[in-house]
Write a protein that binds this ligand. Structure first.
Ligand code: NAD
Length: 298
């Protein structure tokens, strides 16, 4: 069993750390929000009152923070963890951040003698709680092999995408495609409704036809077509519009730096930006269906 420091106990990090405790690891936690720390302590973790104290005796450090600037400042900023970790510590950053920051942070940690993988996840809050996340890992082959058993305590599918940064690239390729599929599915359903079709019947038809895709099958954006999805719960829960907007921003940065042509991704970013600006940032991302609603062109 490993001695783990877990930094960032929000919607995702909280249940991920809890699964490590359940698997029998010794987990020391830190978050800027005391309630998040207290919740993990109640589930068997130990608390530290700073990130540097949390990592003092850890073999593995895991972070789950909002964005690249938080990750860079945690490890490499003033009094960063690079100055406090034990020699040889392995760092797993599971936040979704831009690949350039992941490579920069990974490079600095590796040149200071630490091991690093970027390991963003897919599967949302429900997957984090159930321990069924997909981990998309970038890093050296031997580091990947050494962290895989630990990741299996929090996830079901563990992929090695390539070198440091590759996990983040694969994750944003997936999320860019997801945004495009969700937007396309929404506009097809809205056009059907505007032409008198029942969205459930139309969904059933497209599910057996060539328009079939994950959003239509498992995450239908039209309310009351599927039970227990955010669209049937006023677009509450799930994956927030603002997080999708963030991921589309990361995708466009990756597209620019690699000179990739991504017109569909750019359009999805534009539409999610408008939807967020109209006050929908906290809703589930399937609410893009409402932006494309019948009355928009009237
Ligand atoms: P969140 O905002 O709920 O949690 C982030 C946590 O980090 C907060 O508790 C915050 O207090 C803490 N934090 C921030 N800076 C800190 C610091 N310097 N030291 C210690 N704690 C700090 O976010 P989340 O939903 O848990 O998402 C985390 C990451 O996972 C993001 O990059 C997100 O894009 C990604 N992600 C989220 C989902 C999802 O469905 N929520 C799915 C996949 C990936």
């Amino acid at each position: 069993m490993s001695s783990i420091a877990f930094i960032g106990l929000g919607n995702m990090g909280g249940p991920m750390a809890a699964n490590l405790v359940k698997a029998g690891h010794s987990v020391v936690v830190f978050d800027l929000v005391q309630d998040n720390v207290d919740s993990l302590v109640a589930q068997g973790a130990s608390a530290a009152d700073s990130a540097s104290k949390a990592v003092a005796e850890a073999e593995v450090v895991i972070s789950m923070l909002p964005a690249g600037k938080h990750v860079e400042s945690l490890y490499c900023g003033e009094n960063g963890l690079v100055q406090h970790m034990l020699p040889g510590t392995t760092v797993i950053d599971s936040s979704t951040i831009d690949a350039d920051t992941a490579k920069r942070v990974g490079g600095k940690l590796e040149s200071a003698g630490f091991k690093f993988v970027d390991a963003p996840v897919s599967g949302g809050v429900a997957g984090a709680a159930a321990g069924t996340l997909t981990f998309i890992v970038g890093g050296a082959e031997d580091t990947f092999a050494s962290v895989k058993p630990l990741l299996e305590a929090m996830g079901k599918n563990i992929f090695h995408a390539g070198d440091v940064g590759a996990g983040q690239v694969a994750k944003i390729c997936n999320n860019m495609l997801l945004a495009i599929l969700m937007t396309g599915t929404s506009e097809a359903l809205q056009m059907g409704i505007n032409n008198g079709l029942d969205p459930k019947v139309l969904s059933d038809i497209m599910l057996q036809s060539s328009g079939r895709n994950w959003t239509l099958e498992l995450y239908n954006p039209c309310p009351d077509v599927l039970p227990q999805v955010p669209s049937s719960n006023n677009y509450n829960g799930g994956f927030m519009v603002d997080l999708m907007k963030k991921d589309l921003g990361l995708a466009m940065e990756a597209a620019n730096s690699s000179k990739s042509m991504t017109p569909m991704g750019a359009l999805a970013q534009n539409l999610y930006g408008i939807h967020s600006a109209q006050g929908n940032g906290k809703k589930d991302f399937s609410s893009i269906f409402e932006l494309l609603a019948a009355n928009n062109l009237n």
